[in-house]
Design a protein around this ligand. Structure first.
Ligand code: FES
Length: 50
């Protein structure tokens, strides 16, 4: 569950690469996949691949 700008919504935390579960990283406020390094904004939008 994410609350952003007063809006509460649910994200499916399944990486679009190979289906791993990205972890929330508070220091960068992103979801980071432990598998191959994909990242997602707290909105669920793809960030980058490291
Ligand atoms: S499954 Fe997430 S980066 Fe590969």
């Amino acid at each position: 569950m994410v609350k952003k700008d007063g809006v509460l919504f649910a994200l499916s935390t399944i990486c679009t690469h190979l289906g791993c579960i990205p972890n929330w990283t508070a220091s960068s406020t992103t979801f980071e996949c432990p598998c191959h390094g994909s990242g997602y904004y707290d909105s669920g939008v793809y960030l980058d691949q490291k």
